[in-house]
Every structure is written in C-alpha cells, then in structure tokens.
Write a protein that binds this ligand. Sequence first.
Ligand code: SAM
Length: 297
Amino acid sequence: MTEAFDLDWLDLREPFDALARNEALAARFLARLPARPRLLDLGAGTGSLFRWLAPRIGRAQAWTLVDADREMAEAAFDTVADRAEAVGLRVTFPSRRCLLVHAPGGAWRVEALVADLAEAPDNLPLHEADAVVNSALCDLVSRPWIERMAAALRVPFYAALCVDGRDRFSPPHPADAAVAQGFRRDQRRDKGFGGSALGAAAADAIAQAFRARGFSVESAASDWVARGRGAPHGLPFDAAPFLSRLVAGRASAALAGPFRDARRVAAWSEVRGGQIGRGVLQTRIGHRDVLALPAEG
Ligand SMILES: C[S@@+](CC[C@H](N)C(=O)[O-])C[C@H]1O[C@@H](n2cnc3c(N)ncnc32)[C@H](O)[C@@H]1O
C-alpha cells in the first residue's frame, strides 16, 4: 500500500524545497558524476528534483523518474515540458515514454518508470544508473529498505530533504509540543516500505547503512523557511498557501494518533490560521540532505 501525495501539495512546496536544498552538498555530488550522467530518481513525484539539479549539471544527461503513482508520472512529463518551455527551452517527444529538453549544454532526456519502490532495489534498473537520487522520500522508507539499498549500490546515493524533527513555529503556542508529538508519531507510521517509516531518523539511518558498506557519508541542513505574508527571500510567491497546507497537514496528523485532543488541535489550527492571514507566522522545518559516495577508483 503506497502513501498517496497530492499534486497541489508538491506544487506548493517546490519553491520552498528549491530554496532549502543545500547547494554545497549538491556541488560535491555533481563533482562525482560522469560526462553524460544517468540518474535514477526514486519517488520522483512531478520531477521537482530534476528541475533543480538538471540546470546545475548543465550538460547532456538522462533521468529515469520512478514513482508508483501513474497519475504522478504523467504529471511529471507535463510539468517538466511546461516549465522547460516557459523558460524558452525546446521540448520533443521521441516516444510516449521519453521526452528531451534541448538545453544549450546538451539534451536532458527524461523517462518515467511506474514501479512500487517497496520492492526496490530488485525492480530497479540499477545497472543503467550512475547515481541514485531522491527527494522527500527517505523519511517514508524503513531501515531495512535503506540497508537493502546500501547493499545493492556501487554508485552515489543522494537523498535530499529528509525531515529531521527540528521544527519551529513562531510565535509559540501552548499546543505546539502536543501537535509536534502527534505529527512525529504519524511520521513513523508504516508507509508501505516494510516497517516503521524512518521519519526524523532518516539521515542517521542512511549514514549508518552506507558507512557499513564502505561509503563516505556527509549531510547538511536544508530547512524549509517560510515567514509571513508575501514573497519570502524576495521571490515572487506568497508563503500563505504553503503555510496553510503545512498547518492543516500537522493538525490532521496530530488528530490521527491515539492521544489526540481534538479541541486543543482545533484551537492550535485556528490560531495558526489567523497568524497566516495576518502575515505573522514564521516557520522553520528541519531537513537534511545526505550524500553517500562509494570509494573512488
Ligand atoms: C513527498 S513526495 C516527494 C516527491 C518528489 N520527490 C519531490 O521532491 O517533490 C513522495 C513521492 O514518493 C512516491 N511514493 C510513495 N510511496 C511510493 C512507493 N512505494 N513506490 C514508488 N513511489 C512512491 C509518491 O507517489 C510521491 O510522488
């Protein structure tokens, strides 16, 4: 049973993901890629990580976007094509399963693979990949899943945006701790990857599993930061819709647990909603990007 994600939420979070991703760690990852890298993106959604990394790679490259959700895979093709054309890049479709973005440094080839990652890595074309990447996936998977992946890989593993539990809402509210506790419990719920989801333990679990297989592992903070109304960091988008979804998601996760106190959670949501409307809510949601590199040579 795979966890469903809606397209609107992925769309809302994409600019915050883009701001959060750790540039220095990504640069160290990109330095290990070959001339025309082939990347396997696990749980790719609509291709948010592709849109961020492909221009940084900046040369001919091939991506396989893996997702269990067929609708998501179709939306990925549409979104990749639309966003590329919006910035003036030509897009062609050599086949129904493949698109090419004709960028100045070389073509970016994108294919979709609909597959249930619960069965990974057995059902993945690892022999065709120079790197395995993912974003906002590893906090959903289980420890045995990460250990299987570490045992199977001989190429870099780049896991972006793993939640780490360092969440701050400001101004503080008396129910913050209770909501956070309910949310963290929900994050550990089995998401269909053969055991409890790693949640905030994801970065440490990746480090342990890959170091045990001889990889060097480093990680760096990649926190979401959203504040007030209007454009954060001078960018032309409004944080309010993102913050509203963030608050609603926390509240419903908190209500799903066994110790729920519906009135307290409702009061928290109402106060937070008012603060979003007045543009005074600030949040920092802790994430880590993790890079595991095999020994060179
Ligand atoms: C939090 S979203 C992240 C999407 C994308 N990587 C991004 O950063 O926007 C998690 C993605 O994993 C996919 N997913 C969840 N469980 C899966 C499974 N068992 N097999 C394949 N994909 C899965 C979901 O469909 C969703 O697209």
